[in-house]
Design a protein around this ligand. Sequence first.
Ligand code: ATP
Ligand code: MG
Ligand code: ZN
Length: 462
Amino acid sequence: MTKTRTRFVCQQCGYAAPRWSGRCPQCEQWNTLVETLEQRPGPGASRVSAQNFPQPITSISTDGFSRIPVPLQEFNRTLGGGIVPGSVVLIGGDPGIGKSTLLLQLSALLAANGKPTLYVSGEESVQQIKMRARRLDIGQEQLYVIAETNLNQILGQIERLGPQLVVVDSIQAVYLDELESSAGSIGQVRECATALLRMAKSQSIPVFIVGHVTKEGAIAGPRVLEHMVDTVLYLEGERFHSYRLLRSVKNRFGSTNEVGVFEMQEQGLAEITNPSEAFLSERLASATGSVVAVTMEGTRPILVEIQALTTATSSGLPRRTANGIDFNRLLLLVAVLSKRVGFKLATQDVFVNVVGGLRISEPAADLGVAAAIASSLRGVPVPDDCVFLGEVGLSGELRSVGQADRRLNEAAKLGFRRCIVPRSLRLGHGPASAGQESASVSQLEVLRARSIGEALDLALRQ
Ligand SMILES: Nc1ncnc2c1ncn2[C@@H]1O[C@H](COP(=O)(O)OP(=O)(O)OP(=O)(O)O)[C@@H](O)[C@H]1O
Ligand SMILES: [Mg+2]
Ligand SMILES: [Zn+2]
């Protein structure tokens, strides 16, 4: 067997060496040499190909390019429809978040249509996978499983089986034997991904690749991995909560920032088709410090409960704790409440929590957070049937937020009767999105406020 040559190429300056060294002899940077498969041009490579040639765009047919539907709506939503044949999808997520579970479920759901799917695990034995499958109640005959880390073997098996879908769990566990670097190294990850990509495109087989994430939350390995693949999904969730969000951060075949919502149960990930209802299901009536805000996840409004608790500081500096919102945003809101509304928060510990482990990153929830803090401090509950919407500015002014109709429609649909919003908020009362015709903004009493002070007067009057 002729062994393919590899080279160690500096990622900074492009210098290539036959051996690895810690420092690039040319640009003198440390740890920049990465093992790379050498592509030696074969004989005649410069001759023009007879098979592949430029064609007029009008003559290109997309027949046979239809998406494979997945009987898992939340998954389809994230992908922007079904699975595109030949596409390569990277799924990242924290350890234990449920990546293997989700992809095993996906493989089984597709295998139910009678065509084989292949689940390759480089991390678990087939017995371990079987045990998980039993717990998830998965037993499709067309679901094939193999524990293998040698990518050339895997590619060979794919060729033999001809599956409609391949899952590789994970890219850090597989290796090409042409490279000397160990599995998980930058060189291996990149070359393995390249090989899988080539297989996917040439055989029109969709491939889902699991990627582990680093402490910082990025997919481990070269950044180029995310550039190479068609779609990048992240499975997110809080460690002690059962909700999981499947978020698309890159998608060549659909919009990004669509989000699928799941709940991790004993039988695997279950779809949550109405997240707002789920996130509000345990809300206590007339509790102080509890407020409902409407946040957008992509094009989808989600109602969330924001809780705040203020207690007298026992010693020294007052504490601020933010769960599910940005810590600096909390500091800002506390400062505005102190300075513009005159709340005595300097001697209060303030805790804020978004229920269900959801993380809100948009300022549209500012008013909700501020109202929750005010409600707790004053010991007065906000009305149960009221939602809050609005960004808070440093002068205490309320600023408008986008997609207001969508948000308020969702609130009306869930039975809310009132909303407190910025005075400048534009409401078109436009047509609700599909399936929402039953309730609309016009059923809500819209209370407008110019400043946070005015909004709190409306919210906490008794
Ligand atoms: N019996 C069970 N009941 C409910 N949930 C369970 C049960 N067993 C496992 N889980 C859930 O499944 C999770 C593990 O899922 P999975 O192995 O798919 O995660 P992963 O993202 O592939 O992890 P890794 O990064 O280790 O490969 C656990 O963290 C737990 O939340
Ligand atoms: Mg796993
Ligand atoms: Zn260099």
